[in-house]
Design a binder for this molecule. Sequence first.
Ligand code: TRP
Length: 456
Amino acid sequence: MSVAPAGPAREGWGSKTGFIMAAVGSAVGLGNMWRFSYVAAEGGGAAFVILYLIFVAFVGLPLLTSELVVGRMAQVSPVKALEKLAGPRWKPVGVLFAFCGLGILSYYSVIAGWTMRYAVDALRGVLPADAASASDYFGAVGVGTPSIITHLIFMAITITVVTGGIKKGLERTAIILMPMLFVILIGLAVWATTLSGGGAGYAYYLRPQLSELFNPTIITAAAGQAFFSLSLGMGALMTYASYLKGKDSLPKQAVTIAIADFSVAFIAGLFIFPVIFHFGLADTIGLGGQISDNTVGTLFITIPPALLSLAIGKWIVAAFFIMLFFAALTSAISLLEVVVSAVIDTWGWTRIKASVVFGLMIAALGLASAVNLNFLGAMDKLVGTMLLMLGGLLTSILVGYKIRDEAEAEIAEGMTSPGMRSAWIGLMRYVIPPVLLVVMIFSFPGLITAVKALFG
Ligand code: TRP
């Protein structure tokens, strides 16, 4: 089943590689570099990595495939797509997706702004090299006016890219930045092998403490991380797939995206863990403890001063934050695109008007996160964790129950084995909804803590 495109000439990707790069760009973000290694550090290292892989394989990958299927089938933005494929009662789900994009980008952009600031300051040689001043420094540039300024600059860049459209904006940006990101990342991981004492870091990261596999906090953290990292639950990849024209295999593309996303997170760990152990930061970061509720800022505070004690440190820190900035930008444009494509398809606005008006709204909402890190943390828990899970739950019900036959038909060329197709539908029907429900329940205390921190 196919729905007529919104306009006579809806945009499309220039090439298959362009689509893959853009989708990998969406998935690979601050989550991979900074959230992944930090949460992995607290969550028992290798045990967390294993749990994360299990969630990626059995929850993330099937859902990612579903998003691609729905998006390509509909050829319109999620708000319209869900209404047309499943009826008017599903329209609010598409609206929820757009709100998630708006909410996540508002605080994501604040963190992305810090990465720009730290990259520039590393090159200027003004980042402090001792731990105490590093914490003060973050307090000075991470909150308030400096944070507002870098947030607004980052939003301006994001809006500019999205006004350029699919081929000239999103695709071109991803094709330029993603290879550079890979090169920097591999360079950093290779450099980290030269650090003495890094062996303990690799061991912690790669040798699982099996007891942690059954720790509910860590299971929940791994599920949340898998979700956030793959950009699931808010129609981001659904939106990207709606610009696909051909009939290429969607499962193959889903696997490519998931592998690329995991690899980046994993290699980032191969840089971070030796650094943590070489500089004796394990206690500062609190390895193997409980996942703390305020992860925001930690890597900005602990990693740079340690590295700056080395002669080449300035360059390593700069490369690290430039890489984070590239990762953040290619994700931010996908968050804004979800909103922009919805506005274009439902209200018929021009791309430029939609990007600028909604980009500015998001920038305004982000001011709250830039002046109050507790607000940022609460948004991450409410929108970046809970609402994404809800979105994923609804997506699995949509594909597993509501439009099951159409979805199976759409995926058929790419998944020729009927057994595989039944397994995929089975996961959407019987496995993913209960798993997500349980994970949402376990994530609830974290949300409450974050909201209390905001008002307390
Ligand atoms: N996946 C990105 C990261 O790991 C963040 C992101 C981009 C995202 N687009 C998204 C998260 C859509 C959820 C939904 O940093």
